[in-house]
Design a protein around this ligand. Sequence first.
Ligand code: NAP
Ligand code: GDD
Length: 330
Amino acid sequence: MPSAFITGITGQDGSYLTELLLAKGYTVHGLVRRSSSLDRGRLDNLEDVSDEARARLHLHYGDLGDSNSLYRLLGELKPDEVYNLASQSHVRVSFDMPEFTTDINATGTVRLLEAIRSAGLGKTTRYYQASSSEMFGKAVETPQRETTRFHPRSPYACAKVFSHYATVNYREAHGMFSCSGILFNHESPRRGENFVTRKVTLAAARIKAGLQEYVTLGNLEARRDWGYAKEYAEVMWRMLQQDSPEDYVIATGECHSVEEWVAEAFAAVDLDWHDYVRFDQRFMRASEVDEVVGDASKAKRDFGWEPQVKFSKLVKLMVEADLKACLTGK
Ligand code: NAP
Ligand code: GDD
């Protein structure tokens, strides 16, 4: 059976991808960082995974900042597919830690690509890079597609542009099957609690349950193309099953403001958001991405991909999950 190596396996996307690959019969190897807490909630709560499938999941200590661990693991495991999902993924935080963000999100990618080549896997192992719509930043055309010029607006996005082109370069220079998914924002009940969507759905649920009084936010005018993370993880796998390596934009094609997300989330629990939202400058960014919206027609044409879950459905499913957790204490 095939094997996969996933960096960022403990994150939102890593957990969905792990479920998918285990269900397909893969042996899954995940890179995990050493931390003082062993809390790996998303992996502990994988859904619909049998005991037999779980036995095919193996975690290994390492770090995208540590070449030795990557070289050792790739040499030992020789996976058929590598999914590079690890990153310092918070855009606002990247302004506070630009050097660290660049080391992990940019140089880390080259460390991993070189580890694959050093293990003699350059011509056999398929590589997926988690690129981002943040690379379009101050977008030069709407909607954005694979050919749209990048204009990154944060250290996070600059690092992602570097990794995107490194992935293209390893394909062109070394003949590697390496490709990038340029994924627009994707959310789920497993989304980190300091990204705006989850922060808001969690707050709406907690306020409704009497556990919180208000929520503090930054820019409500920014507009994003929000899709469902579970559907986006499936695309990562699909991209590596194509005959040739290609980069794809993955998006819903719908664009909504943060304010619309807030209004929809509070409406889902029968509350008027104006009564519960406060502003704090702390959550503003030195340079903002005002609006991004993607055109995923290439993915539709090449492998029939179309999103099923869009804005309203997504907000509701996240609010419902957070409300259920608040009410049951789980
Ligand atoms: P996430 O939930 O924040 O997960 C990030 C993962 O990276 C975690 O497993 C984290 O481990 C790991 N990580 C961070 N630094 C690392 C390091 N130095 N070495 C090894 N692992 C490290 O992110 P996500 O939402 O699942 O996103 C997955 C990837 O897609 C990221 O690269 C992100 O930038 C990119 N992306 C996301 C979106 C989106 O809307 N979600 C859109 C486009 C692109 P810990 O658990 O130990 O922190
Ligand atoms: N996080 C956060 N917290 N964002 C806020 C807040 C707040 O309190 N208030 C307003 N916002 C605005 C931000 O200024 C931004 O314009 C928008 O909400 C979305 O912010 P995030 O949810 O943090 O997501 P992001 O778009 O910056 O980045 C996410 O999506 C990218 C794909 O485009 C991350 O997952 C990135 O890793 C990913 O690449």
